[in-house]
Design a protein around this ligand. Structure first.
Ligand SMILES: [Zn+2]
Length: 214
């Protein structure tokens, strides 16, 4: 099978995300870019994740043209391909409708701020306006919100979008963004919400840059 390695990485990430409750049913999508060719492997449209195999994963080029796979690619392909075209450093992308991300994304005015040290690798996490799935407008807003170095973005009344230099890094961004949304949610309920200050965030980012080899 062509592009077996990236198809396998997508499948493994799907099962991991499912196990962690980050994706359910057919919602969300995961993609990995090939090392040599300008193509990505991405989850198919409308196929339940349960029992999914490598053959079910679609292969599309960076303009979203469907090249391989027995099922049509996710309708949210344009958001992924636009990010790969804009950010050559990005090799994997994860989009989910995880519950706490959805809750926090309802407030377009408030970005997610880091609560604990690991969050600083992904912050700040902006919120982009709602758009229809698969729209060019939504894809463009995502590219702009991520900028040159962004790792995570919330989408109002929809979910989140995360990326990384490999599937591990993109999954970590997803897990920590959901954790950040969850801790922020509970702390706001308690009335004790106090994220790291911008100064603390800067210091942690410098510390992580020096000490992390992920
Ligand atoms: Zn979605």
């Amino acid at each position: 099978m062509k592009y077996e390695k990236i198809r396998k990485q997508v499948i493994e990430a799907v099962f991991e995300a499912q196990e962690q409750g980050l994706i359910k049913g057919t919602s969300g999508n995961i993609a990995v870019r090939d090392d040599r060719d300008d193509v990505i492997a991405i989850t198919p449209s409308g196929v339940p994740y349960k029992g999914m195999t490598e053959e079910d994963i679609a292969i599309v080029d960076l303009n979203g043209r469907w090249l391989e796979g027995r099922h049509r690619p996710s309708s949210e392909v344009p958001m992924h391909t636009a990010v790969y075209r804009a950010r050559p450093d990005v090799r994997a992308t994860v989009h989910t409708h995880a519950m706490f991300a959805v809750i926090m994304a309802m407030d377009e005015q408030r970005e997610l701020r880091p609560v604990t040290l690991p969050h600083c690798e992904f912050t700040p996490v902006p919120v982009v306006p709602f758009s229809l799935p698969g729209s060019e407008e939504g894809a463009q807003m995502m590219v702009e919100a991520l900028g040159a170095e962004g790792r995570a973005v919330l989408i109002r009344n929809h979910g989140m979008f995360c990326c990384g230099k490999n599937i591990r890094a993109a999954m970590e961004a997803t897990e920590y963004t959901e954790e950040m949304a969850k801790t922020t949610y509970y702390a706001r309920l308690l009335g004790t919400y106090k994220p790291l200050s911008e100064e603390e965030e800067r210091a942690v980012k410098a510390f992580l840059a020096e000490h992390m080899t992920v």
